[in-house]
Structures are given as C-alpha cells and as structure tokens.
Ligand binder design. Structure first.
Ligand SMILES: Cc1ncc(COP(=O)(O)O)c(C=O)c1O
Ligand SMILES: [Zn+2]
Length: 445
C-alpha cells in the first residue's frame, strides 16, 4: 500500500518501514543494507507533472515544503508529518559567476544555486532528511533513535526528532563544532561526543544500537535520507523546468549524489521525463579530508580498471577545518564513484586555506553568508572552470548546502575591512569597488 522497500541486490520486497525496522533494516534474504522505496499506488508517476507546476497553482497543504511530493514519500498518513518549512528552497541565478566565466574563460554558462541555507529547520540540506525521518519514525511508533554524524545531520535530527517527541542519542566526532553539540542538547536530545574521529563515533553508535536495541540511521544509503533528498531533482524540474547539465556539491558521505540518481530514476518513469539525463556530477572535497578525490585521481591515472571503485584510502583522524566534511573512511565511494563515472563527472579538491576567500566573495557579491561546506562547493565551481570541465551553453547547479548559522566561527574569518580607530581623522568615506577587486584577486591567486 502506497510504497514498499526493495533490496537493490536481490529485489526482495519489504512491505513497509514497520517490517524494515523489525528486520533490523537489512534484507532478510541477502543481508544487504541498501533497499529503495518505490510507490505502488502510482508507479508511473502520473501525478508528478501537476506537482511540478508552480507553488501557486498547486493546492496542497504542504506547497512550500518538500512535502508537496507527499505522494512519492514513504509516509502513509499526512497527519504524521513533522515539518519546519524545509525543501522547496529557492534556486537562484548567480550572474556574478556567469560574468566571471564569460570574461575569464569566454564561455556562456547559466549558473544556479540551490539555497539550502534557507531551510527552516537548521538551515542545511539535511533538514529534509530529518523531517522525513522524524515523520516516518513517528508514524511507526518509534520512541528511541540514534545516529552518528559529523554535524549537520546531527543537529537536524536532534531538532526534528525532538519535535516529533522521539528520544535521540546523537554521536558526533571529537572535532564536531561546539554549536552542533549545543543545539542537539538544547533541544533536549543526548549529544555524545566520541573521543576520536567520525569513524569512531559511528563505531560506538553501532555498539550502542546493539546493546540497547535502539534503531540507528543506516548512513548514506538509508532510504529515509535518500527519499527526502531525491526531491532535489523534483525541485530542479519545478523551478528550472529542466535538469542542469552539471551538479556541483561538496561531498562527505555521498547521500547527495546517491539521492540525485534515485530522483532521476523516478522522474524517468513518467513518459514526459523518460529521456532526461543525469547531470554530470562534480564532487568537491577539501584538501584536509579528500579520500574520494585521491582515489579518483589514482583510478584516472590507471585508466579506470575493472573494480577501480573498490580502491580508496582511509584517512584516520582527518585534519580539516570543515568538520562537517570529515568523513575519512568513505564507505560509499564504490557507489558514488560509479555514478560519477557514468555521468562523465569528476571528483575535485579545493584548498582549505582559501576557504574564507570564497565566503567573502559571495558575501560581497550576493549578500549571502555561506557556511564552510558551501564555500567548498563554490570553490569547486572555480576549480571546474580552471580544469575545463564546464562547457559553453551549459547550465550548472551548485548546492549551497548550509548557511553561516551552522558555523558562526567561520563568520569571524569573513572580516574583510575593519580597522581600529581613535579619531575621525583616521576615517574617510568608503568605496566598495576597491574591495571588490581585492576579493576577486584573492580567488584568482
Ligand atoms: C552543507 C553540506 N554540504 C555537503 C555535505 C555532504 O553531503 P553528502 O556527502 O552526504 O552528500 C554535507 C554533509 O554533511 C553538508 O552538511
Ligand atoms: Zn536482498
């Protein structure tokens, strides 16, 4: 009824989340953890075109959230929805990036950004996953839950599960931001900071789940996360009326690209969208934690031999200034690398020492304060241009995954002009244009 879960390895069908939770979130036949939700009430997505009309013409109650796609989300009863106005965030055209591509590289691009910093829950693109998870857990009478996260999933789950009246134990690594820990516990949830890296936090979370028989989020392939984030693709069609040629995202665990692939396979079920192609996936990692990029570069040098996706380094205790992206053991690389290869995409690296320069430029040009993981994505755009990965006439979409609220310390690094003064003699009127030049120079150096 409405939806079912299907094992990606052996196709075994689990009727719903109640059964899925009861069988410990694995396929009872082959033991695989990766199952996908599908929608038996409307397998050909006949209602999708109407849902992709503008918000004003859609009469649903949830028109300003990703819940407008309720028909294609694995929740049975809409009264169980736990929502804080997430998803359905604006996709904006950023002309200053188009101008740069034209003047420096002589190519015409359309550059759009998805403003996930405007999500109502915690201002990150993890809010939709937390909203769906909280709703489904509530629908299934779950009272205790746990999750390990580098920071943004942690805060989002903390808040949404609190709203749903569900007790959450949230495991974060030693280097997670203080504000992540604070917001989890402020909402009344249990924040557990592991002595060690994200892998250590995950390990303890797994042991905790077993010891107390508490449900645990199964990570980047968790159907609760994937089903929420796949609506990114629906939103592209609703707002852009097409699929972009290129999708750029900072990557850590890989839920984003996995969800884009799922969303594409869903829309392709409708005849209007059957011919649509995946965008090229450009995945960006900071040089402080770049195991996927390193693996990709090695594979590229070796000509992508059979099974290349199974070779990747593990970085213990990654030293990065962006704790959100500190997945040193990229267990989903085999899945994500195949998707990137299939779409002719790439994994790139950006230099963390320049992170604030990207933040300053965007704050100046667009009046938007990026969180650090978003600055990584913007850096990926510049890196893509430099490597010749973007072509004339293409539409490029950047996932601005978080705002400054997630990392207030990063704001301190965005100071561009302040001076200490004793008297008015030291002050004179300000012209922004000189600053603009300096900010652009910093990016190009
Ligand atoms: C703002 C932001 N961008 C990007 C990512 C990477 O997401 P994923 O690799 O799971 O797609 C995260 C995840 O922690 C994030 O919070
Ligand atoms: Zn199976």
């Amino acid at each position: 009824m409405k939806y079912y879960l299907q094992c990606v390895q052996c196709n075994h069908i689990t009727p719903d989340f109640k059964a899925w939770f009861a069988q410990n979130q694995v396929c009872p036949v082959c033991g695989n953890k990766h199952s996908e939700a599908w929608y038996e009430d409307d397998p050909n997505y006949t209602k999708l075109p109407a849902l992709l009309e503008d918000a004003d013409t859609y009469k649903g109650v949830f028109k300003n959230t990703f819940w407008r796609y309720f028909d294609y989300l694995p929740l049975r009863d809409s009264t169980h929805v736990v929502s804080l106005n997430e998803g359905a965030v604006p996709i904006e055209q950023w002309a200053f990036l188009e101008d740069y591509a034209r003047s420096q590289y002589h190519i015409d691009l359309q550059v759009y950004v998805c403003r996930n910093d405007l999500n109502g829950g915690t201002g990150t693109f993890k809010d939709i996953a937390a909203s769906l998870a909280a709703s489904v857990l509530r629908e299934n009478g779950v009272e205790q839950y746990c999750v390990a996260s580098t920071g943004n999933t942690a805060t989002a789950y903390g808040r949404y599960l609190a709203l749903a009246g569900i007790n959450a134990s949230i495991f974060i690594p030693e280097d997670a931001l203080q504000v992540s820990e604070a917001s989890i516990s402020a909402y009344g949830q249990q924040a557990l900071r592991a002595h060690g890296d994200y892998a250590k936090a995950k390990e303890i979370a797994g042991q905790y789940a077993q010891k107390y028989q508490v449900l645990i989020s199964t990570g980047n392939i968790d159907p609760l996360r994937v089903e929420a984030k796949k609506t990114m693709v629906f939103e592209w069609l609703r707002q852009l009326k097409r699929i972009p040629d290129v999708y750029i995202q900072a990557v850590s665990g890989g839920t984003g690209p996995i969800a884009v692939d799922k969303g594409m396979r869903e829309v392709q079920k409708h005849k209007n969208y059957a011919a649509l192609q995946m965008p090229r996936l450009i995945m960006v990692q900071p040089d402080g934690c770049d195991p996927m990029t390193t693996a990709w570069e090695t594979a590229q040098k070796q000509g992508f031999q059979d099974g290349f996706e199974k070779q990747y380094p593990i970085i213990p205790n990654p030293q990065t200034s962006i704790p959100t992206l500190a997945t040193g053991n990229p267990a989903t690389y085999p899945i994500v690398a195949k998707l990137v290869q299939k779409t002719n995409g790439a994994f790139l690296r950006m230099h963390e020492r320049k992170l604030a320069d990207y933040g300053k430029l965007v704050a100046f040009e667009r009046n938007v304060l990026l969180g650090p993981a978003s600055a990584v994505c913007v850096a990926g755009f510049f890196e893509s241009l430099q490597k010749g990965l973007l072509h004339n006439g293409e539409m490029v979409l950047l996932n601005i995954g978080e705002g400054i609220g997630r990392a207030p310390d990063f704001l301190n690094q965005l100071k561009a002009t302040s001076s200490l003064i004793d008297s008015v003699e030291q002050c004179k009127p300000h012209t922004k244009s000189a600053l603009r030049q300096a900010l652009w120079q910093a990016i190009q150096n």
